[in-house]
Design a protein around this ligand. Sequence first.
Ligand SMILES: [Fe+2]
Ligand SMILES: [Fe+2]
Length: 197
Amino acid sequence: MDRFLELAKASLSSRRFHHVLGVVETAKALAARYRLSEEQTEIAAVLHDIYREKSSTELKKMAGEVSLILPDDDPPTWHGPITAARLVMDFGIDDQAIGEAIRFHTIGHPEMGPLAKIIYVADAIEPGRNFFGVDHLRRAAEMDLNLAVAVVADASLAYLIEKQLKMALSTVELRNKMWRLVDGNLRKDYNQGNKIN
Ligand SMILES: [Fe+2]
Ligand SMILES: [Fe+2]
């Protein structure tokens, strides 16, 4: 693990490395709460943004080396699938749950499992995040994992709408599915706590 942390430190600006440390801390707390392996969680958190600062030219080359086809129009989302596709080759990690968590951490996916959900949520609520409403998302993360994913996906979609940016269908499908799984009483408790509705 120290080896991967060193690698993250060497590969990223100090601002982004601090974000990674925040995601590690938050993801480990969520893993304890929702009973997931601490080790798997830590590896996924440390590596999730390892290629975030590569240029799109470099990323295209790295994708080509593993025959990965990328959507042409969305370079900021490429680092997840590329890291996932190169996990064995670059880091000697052969673990489906870690791969899935890293692949989907930016846009999410309706079929993602518990580790991927934890990384998706931790990425949005780590202590360095301070956007409006983040405390509501942090509260959701303490209540229920599916609720947390639903409200994080909503916040991400709201941001994309505000900035008039493209949204991935995968994120929309994820939020629809998570809200469907959230029990009505839980939703009510969450909304009352936030004084919405
Ligand atoms: Fe990322
Ligand atoms: Fe991140």
